[in-house]
Design a protein around this ligand. Structure first.
Ligand code: FES
Length: 111
């Protein structure tokens, strides 16, 4: 997975230039239709958005849905693989951390 945005005309999957905006921990980030949430984050310059149990930063590792390093909460649904989920306009993404219980607090706030 590359943070570089390929022009729509050269994109093999037929991506369009339809803009979208997601929020990540309340911060609006721009993207285009067809990008994954991880793609939007990488294009915005973010290389990590989760912390493992030791506090070590995590982001995209495999990029194909196998390692679960990229987990985020999307619209209240926990443990969504950011590399597999296409971003949709208005998605509210909350980063997760196993180091400080932040994801659990976010889930409780949703209730
Ligand atoms: S980066 Fe491995 S599952 Fe998303």
């Amino acid at each position: 997975m590359s943070p570089r945005l390929v022009p729509a005309g050269a994109d093999a999957v037929g991506r369009t230039e339809t803009p979208l905006t997601i929020t990540v921990d309340g911060e609006p980030l721009p993207g285009v239709a067809g990008q994954t949430i991880a793609g939007v984050l990488l294009a915005a310059g973010r290389r990590s958005w989760r912390a493992g149990p030791s506090g070590a930063p995590r982001g995209v590792f495999c990029g194909i849905g196998v390692c679960f390093d990229c987990l985020v909460t999307v619209n209240g649904a926990r443990d969504v693989r950011a590399c597999r989920r296409r971003a949709a306009d208005g998605d509210a993404v909350i980063t997760q951390s196993r180091a400080d219980g932040r994801a659990e607090r976010a889930e409780k706030e949703e209730r």
